[in-house]
Design a protein around this ligand. Sequence first.
Ligand code: PTJ
Length: 254
Amino acid sequence: MTETEVPEDHPRYASLVTRHRIEAGVETGITSKQGLIAQGRGEAFDYLLGERTLPSADRAARAAAATLLAADRPVVSVNGNVAALAPAETVNLADAVDADLEVNLFNHTDERVRRIADHLREHGADEVKGLAGDGEIPGLEHARGVVDADGIEAADVVVVPLEDGDRAAALDAMGKTEIVIDLNPGSRSPQTADVPIIDNLIRAVPNIAAHARDLAGASPEELRAVVDAFDADEALGAAEAAIRGGSFATPDNS
Ligand code: PTJ
C-alpha cells in the first residue's frame, strides 16, 4: 500500500500515512535507518498523548512563533525525519517567520544533505543552507558539529525538531535560544529548550506557522508578552502528566 492508497476512513489513517512517509524517506536516501527507530519511539509517546495537541503544546507553539518573529537571525534546522514527514510545512514555517532553512544531520553525509536540500526545494524552498559546512558547534565531534557559518552558527534562535540531547546542550552553550519539538518530555533536548513543544512535528510545525501568521502584525512589546507568559517547566509537566494519566483506550486502539 502506498501513501495515496491508504483509505482516508481507516481509523489509523494519520499514523499509516506518517509511516509511509518515513519509509519513503529511507528508500529515497533522505531519512536514516535510525530515523525509523526514532519514529517508533515518537509514535509510542504520541499514542499516550492521544495523538492530539495539548493546550500546553499549543501555548508553546504560540510562544515559539513569537520568539521567531522577534528574532534577528532565526534558523529552522532540518533532519532526515523532518524532511520526510513535513517538507512543505517546514518550508511554509520558514517563510512565515522569515527564517533560514538549514539541513543539519545527526548521521551526517554530504550526499544526504544534498538530497534533503533538493527535497526541500521541490517543496518550495528557495535557499537551503547546510551544504557549506564552514561553521561548527563547539564541543561536538566533527561530523555532528558541522553547520554553516552564516546559518546555525550565526543564528540567535534555532528551531530543532527531534534534536539529540548533546547537540541541544551544545547549542544552548553557544547562547542560542532553542525551540525544540519532541514527543518525549523526558528527553534532554526539550528539557534544555527555551521553548519545548511536546507534540508530533507533523502537528507542531504547521501550528507554529499558523500562530506566526496570526501574530504577524504584533508589536515587539506584544511578542515579548507572549514569550514572557510562557512557562517551559509548566509545559513539560503538563505533557508528562498527560502521558502518565493517558488512557490506553484512546485514540482508536486498532
Ligand atoms: O536525520 P538525522 O541523521 O539527523 O537523524 C535524525 C534522528 C531522529 C534519527 C536522530 O536525531 C535520532 O537518533 O534521534 P533520537 O535520539 O532517536 O531522538 C528522537 C526523539 O524524537 C525521541 O525523543 C522521539 O520521541 C522524538 N520523535 C520521534 N518522532 C517524532 C518525535 N517527536 C516529534 N514528532 C515526531 N514525529
